[in-house]
Design a binder for this molecule. Structure first.
Ligand SMILES: [Mn+2]
Length: 350
């Protein structure tokens, strides 16, 4: 997809993009390098490993290959001087200090300015094509999770369970993983972002899986907590509380809904039952990157619009006991929302 024209309507100055996500969003190019956008030019600056790829993925862009005599800044300088431009907006949140200094040094007479967040806003509202990619990523991860449930047994380690789930995502057609898969069993469940370990999964434990696939450059994000055999009433109560919080917040997802109020629905309910046990945000936007705007937390009053893609993922985490989280990535529609997942949210017992 080529979105440089759309970008220029919102920003008529010159900019260079170094973040792979923004490079891909604006041009469709998925290799390394940078993208220069001026009022007249859209240029992918890359090295010879990616020249042909850039031409294939982004036929609308000019492709420039760096070489010994003509580095990235030299190419940028040529384009800027051709248009008489003396200011360049850069992604200061992405560039290393070294890269920034190299630009300062090698682009004399060019003022480097902070790039306003134009692409972040553009990326919030997804096109039908983008929603299709996210739906496919969701379906791949859903099929993979079903395959995992067939194989999940007490005695497996968290790492082994992760290996199965990630293998199945690839086998089901994922281009890659949206993020590092989380598997947290038993007392490890109190760590919201637990790293899978050699711990054996035992009967009587809850196991939280947080996983996502990438398809066509877009992410999916899902969490399910399953019971291995019979679990204690205490763990069942935690599950029910998270389930209720998830469903209550989800049911209010619609255009016009304010994100901090959605967060509040889940937070007030869970704080009433388990004070302080729900520490993280209710959710986040999802797209090319796994955590995008709009934010869905207790601070920000973002107003949801059709085309927003967000997660709803309340959780309860109690040290020494365990934890639970239930998450789906959902689409805001004209009238409410659609939830593309088919994995049950009722407690699954394996
Ligand atoms: Mn998430």
């Amino acid at each position: 997809m080529y979105r440089v024209d759309e970008f220029r309507k919102l920003f008529d100055k010159s900019a260079v993009f170094d973040s792979p996500d923004n490079m891909f969003y604006l041009t469709g190019f998925r290799g390394e390098g940078c993208v220069l956008v001026t009022p007249r030019a859209a240029v992918i600056i890359t090295d010879s490993r990616y020249t042909e790829q850039a031409e294939r993925q982004s036929p609308e862009c000019k492709v420039e290959t760096t070489g010994k005599e003509r580095g990235r800044e030299a190419i940028i300088r040529e384009y800027l001087s051709a248009e008489g431009i003396n200011e360049l907006h850069v992604e200061t949140g992405v560039l290393t200090v070294r890269a920034y200094r190299a630009m300062e040094e090698k682009l004399p007479g060019v003022k480097l300015s902070d790039m306003p967040n134009i692409t972040g806003g553009m990326r919030e509202v997804k096109s039908a094509q983008e929603l299709d990619c996210i739906s496919k990523a969701v379906k791949i991860s859903g099929r993979a999770f079903e395959a995992l449930l067939e194989k999940l047994k007490p005695g497996m380690t968290e790492k082994q369970a992760r290996a199965v789930l990630e293998y199945e995502m690839y086998a089901c057609g994922a281009d890659g993983l949206a993020f590092d898969t989380i598997v947290a069993s038993g007392v490890n469940g109190s760590l919201p972002h637990a790293v899978p370990s050699d711990k054996v999964i035992n009967k009587g434990e809850l196991v939280t899986f947080d996983f996502g696939a990438k398809y066509g450059g877009y992410c999916s994000d899902c969490t399910r907590t399953v019971a291995v055999g019979n679990v204690s009433d205490e763990l069942k109560r935690i599950y029910d509380a998270v389930y209720n919080a998830h469903m209550a917040a989800l049911s209010e997802v619609k255009p016009g809904a304010v994100t901090k109020e959605l967060d509040g629905i889940a937070r007030r309910y869970l704080d009433g039952l388990y004070p302080g046990a729900f520490g993280h945000s209710l959710g986040h936007g999802v797209g090319i990157f796994i955590h995008e705007t709009p934010t869905v937390n207790y601070r920000d009053a973002n107003v949801l619009r059709p085309g927003h893609v967000i997660t709803i993922e309340p959780g309860v985490y109690i040290k020494g006991v365990g934890g639970c989280r239930i998450e789906d990535t959902v689409f805001v529609t004209e009238t409410g929302f659609t939830d593309p997942y088919t994995i049950s949210k009722q407690l699954i017992v394996v």
